[in-house]
Design a binder for this molecule. Structure first.
Ligand code: BDR
Ligand code: CA
Length: 318
């Protein structure tokens, strides 16, 4: 199994992504690092612990990370994720507590001491940008970095052009993308960017939730509890039956690259002006810069849901 650290801001869709990661035999989740994003970092830590308890995986350590973006004031997303960050699902407080070390120290230590550790980043890239500042040699040892964030042709979800994770901390995202273009130790490696172009195709509907409850009454029921708020939000705000689930696709892609397809390009992240947080994907090579990203543009939602239902809820693969 591939060793992976989940860097996240749980978050309704982060919670579903953790459930998937913990259910995939090809993944060995060695730690969870939390960053401020959807909810303040202490709440995110609690939510990560709640999911580990739900999945009976409390042996996995959780580390609290950065409490604010590098430069910008912090803006949470509790309007979409609920006051508790888990759709106001009223899960009991976790019995466990986070590890003592902070997320950036943990990332630095584990990357320097262990071989072939990858990172799936499901929130703003603040923890990873701090790691880059503090220990570029540790950062360069990340075997593969998959980041949910950004957009290529799709519109944003926080501004006309920006997606939440990179909009929340554009300076961190810009630093991390730039490192892949300029750090000699990272040459030849790319960030795998799972942006809104692909995640918008992953829509959880009430029918799917009914099916999940039939497959696995306990976990299906929990998924219903976590996502009800999010479904209501989509219905009230956009008149849509169903909600876009972003983060689990990054996990599915990490486990099986053939679930998404795309191309390599140089990508910069805008940090100022009204378009801050926008990803500028130089698909036409105007800038003639070394490629730093693999931009995913296509996915097969059916294959994604099949993987999710089989692995998390025990559906029969046939
Ligand atoms: C991203 O922002 C967060 O609200 C979600 O958890 C996801 O990581 C989507 O823009
Ligand atoms: Ca997230």
């Amino acid at each position: 199994a591939r060793k992976v650290i989940m860097d996240c801001d749980p978050g309704i869709d982060d919670a579903l992504a953790l459930m998937l990661a913990l259910s995939l035999p090809g993944l060995d989740v060695i730690g969870i690092t939390v960053v401020c994003g959807n909810v303040p970092v202490e709440k995110g830590v609690k939510n990560a612990l709640k999911i580990l308890e739900l999945m009976n995986r409390t042996e996995i350590p959780v580390y609290a990370g950065e409490a604010k973006p590098l430069v910008r004031p912090y803006v949470d997303a509790m309007d979409t994720h609920g006051g508790d960050g888990l759709g106001e699902s009223a899960f009991p407080d976790p019995a466990g507590s986070p590890a003592e070390a902070d997320a950036v120290s943990y990332l630095s230590d584990v990357l320097l001491s262990e071989e072939q550790v990858s990172v799936i980043a499901l929130g703003p890239l603040t923890n990873l940008a701090r790691l880059l500042e503090r220990s570029p040699e540790a950062f360069a040892r990340i075997q593969e970095l998959v980041s949910m964030g950004g957009t290529y042709k799709s519109h944003g979800n926080c501004s006309p052009v920006a997606e939440y994770n990179y909009w929340c901390d554009p300076d961190a995202a810009a630093k991390v993308f730039e490192a892949y273009a300029s750090l000699p130790e990272l040459s030849g490696k790319n960030i795998h960017m799972i942006g809104l172009d692909v995640t918008r195709k992953i829509v959880l509907t009430p029918n799917l939730i009914e099916y999940m409850k039939r497959l696995h009454p306990f976990l299906g029921g929990k998924i219903e509890a976590i996502t009800r708020f999010y479904l209501d939000f989509h219905w009230e705000q956009e008149g849509i039956i169903g909600c876009v689930i972003n983060d689990p696709l990054a996990v599915a892609y990490f486990a099986d690259h053939s679930i998404c397809s795309g191309f390599d390009a140089y990508t910069a992240v805008e940090t100022g002006g009204i378009s801050y947080g926008q990803t500028l994907v130089d698909a036409c090579e105007f800038w003639k810069k070394p490629h730093n990203s693999h931009i995913l543009t296509e996915t097969d939602p059916y294959r994604f849901w099949l993987l999710f239902c089989c692995r998390v809820l025990g559906a029969d693969e046939t």
